[in-house]
Design a protein around this ligand. Sequence first.
Ligand code: GLP
Length: 286
Amino acid sequence: MRLIIQKDYQTLSQWAAQYVAARIKEAKPSARKPFVLGLPTGSSPLGMYDALVELYNKKEVSFKHVVTFNMDEYVGLAENHPESYHTFMWDNFFSHINIDKKNVNILNGNAKNLDAECANYEKKIEKAGGIDLFLGGVGPDGHIAFNEPGSSLVSKTRVKTLTKDTIIANSRFFGGNIKKVPKTALTVGVQTIMNAREVLILVNGHNKARALAHGVEGGISQMWTISALQMHPKGIIVADESACGELKLQTYRYYKDIEKKNLDPKSIETAKSIETTKSVEVTPKK
Ligand code: GLP
């Protein structure tokens, strides 16, 4: 697993956006062979989405032949509810780029048969040729997508009950009222994410420090589903300094040293093909 430690949220977001754009460009996607991206919601990826929109506006990346699969969606929230993940994705990303609506896949949390919806989602991913790059955030308790502590590390897309911790954490999007937060969600499984050819997890802020330490230094455990990344042949975490507070000094220095060439978001090896861009001002929005 690679751990790229960035100075702050802005450079972390820049780095991730440059990485994603580079991957898309390298793949030279076409209608016949699109690039397949797995996407998260939450506050962590907002800066990356802004930076990707900026790269798109500068014509440095195109999403014409990109197919997307979102990680999760709440159950029972109307698609046009301001806090649905459908709304989040269109407001923060899809409406600002040249993605074809038919290439966007988001789980339907209002499907009559939720189990069938989940099984069908897995089939759709398979039909699309699998996911090339799965992007994600992490919850303070180490969960990826909605794979809460105790989720099977070989889980696939399914209905999950949210833990009290997640409901409290996400209540900030529902006016601080935990009663308004849906209690269940549809989510891709840990295995669904691990089946991607590459996985990139964004970790920022002090409240993610324990999750990062467990993910990088802890054993592989269903109690910290981010730790499954240790089993992935191409797993990357990009973290900011604040999220590193619980890492051992040795671990921190080790990764700083082996990734020193890759710390400048403008000079990441994989983004060589992209012209150096001016920094985009990005700050956490929520
Ligand atoms: C939710 C989402 C996760 C996300 C996590 C952290 O539980 N289902 O995909 O990673 O929150 O969110 P944030 O980035 O807002 O901290």
